[in-house]
Design a binder for this molecule. Structure first.
Ligand code: ZN
Length: 62
């Protein structure tokens, strides 16, 4: 997935409800996997902000 597509996901009208569901269920908003171990507190914080799991953070933030 390219950066532009990633931005589009976060600008979709459905993002807010998807985000709420993901946070409620503890799942990643992109891949739907349960959030698991995080490498460090910073990664965990990013997850709480973005609802992305560690793998997806690695894909998009690095
Ligand atoms: Zn993910």
């Amino acid at each position: 997935m390219k950066a532009l597509e990633f931005i589009e996901i976060f600008s979709e009208d459905s993002y807010r409800s998807d985000y709420t569901n993901a946070k409620a269920e503890g799942t990643c908003i992109l891949c739907g996997m349960l959030e698991k171990e995080f490498r460090n507190p910073s990664a965990r914080l990013k997850c709480h902000v973005s609802a992305l799991c560690q793998d997806c953070q690695d894909s998009y933030f690095m």
